[in-house]
Ligand binder design. Sequence first.
Ligand code: TYC
Length: 103
Amino acid sequence: KGDDEGDSSVITETKPKTKRPPLYKVMLLNDDYTPMEFVVLVLERFFGLNHAQAFEIMLTVHKKGLAVVGVFSHEIAETKVAQVMDFARRHQHPLQCTMEKED
Ligand code: TYC
């Protein structure tokens, strides 16, 4: 009997799959108008960074155009983006914050 007759020759291995939720990078984008101190305040207030860390990341965004400021679950990332966008809008600054799925 050939291998194609009957399922006794078909072995299906199942790898135990542990589901990890995808993570999302939250990024700040540079612009020409938002004051540096405001960006530092945003990073301290919404991302729990100390002043030195916040200043460093602000400078990275200023020089490189954007930077990842944190990695979170989808729900937390959405909340961070909404908080930053709302805070910037209320202060009439054009600061942009976005999220992107991590590879
Ligand atoms: N480029 C801004 C300035 O010179 C500062 C800035 C930094 C703006 C980071 C946005 O995400 C930003 N005032």
